[in-house]
Design a protein around this ligand. Structure first.
Ligand code: ZN
Length: 173
């Protein structure tokens, strides 16, 4: 079922999320279903469980072109449980991010361009996946939510924070 999205200021967004230990728990299946449904009915490209007020290490990345991210690549949603990642190169890139928990704001954030992610899938099986560019960015944004961080914490200069109205003017230019 579609859930309400926790907004900046909610304490759940500032807690370190708990690792999943029981991959067969009905509550986990319900959480995943709720996350997929909530993300699908938003124009976001990723969601972390704390954003629907569930402090667990589960995230979904689901890049698709939307009005918020017109250039995003199309991909099937990937559910990642207890994800960890490492950078495959030191190379970082700065680009605009937004967050369903922080409406009407965009900011420039530096992220690793190439990463390798280890996670459990919905069946509890270990998976490894290499991500780059936009999708690697989405992952690192969602991963931060599991650490109790939001993307504004990664902004190097407050001048890199702008309103969504100005952002749309910028990308239309
Ligand atoms: Zn977010």
């Amino acid at each position: 079922m579609k859930q309400e999205i926790a907004q900046l200021g909610a304490s759940v967004l500032r807690r370190k999320a708990e690792k999943i230990t029981d991959f067969n728990a009905p509550a986990l299946m319900q959480l995943i279903e709720d996350m997929l449904c909530t993300l699908d009915s938003s124009d976001g490209v990723g969601l972390a469980a704390p954003q629907i007020s569930q402090s667990f290490c589960v995230l979904v990345i689901a890049s698709k072109p939307t009005t918020r991210y017109p250039d995003a690549p199309e991909m099937k949603p990937i559910v990642m449980i207890n994800p960890v990642f490492k950078a495959l190169s030191k190379r970082q890139g700065k680009d605009w991010e937004g967050c369903l928990s922080i409406p009407s704001i965009r900011a420039l954030v530096s992220r690793y361009q190439n990463i390798s992610v280890d996670y459990h899938n919905v069946n509890g099986n270990m998976q490894q996946l290499e991500l780059d560019g936009f999708v690697a960015r989405v992952f690192q944004h969602e991963y931060d939510h599991l650490q109790g961080l939001v993307y504004l914490d990664c902004v190097e200069d407050n001048k890199d924070i702008i309103s969504e109205t100005e952002f749309f003017k910028l990308i239309a230019a």
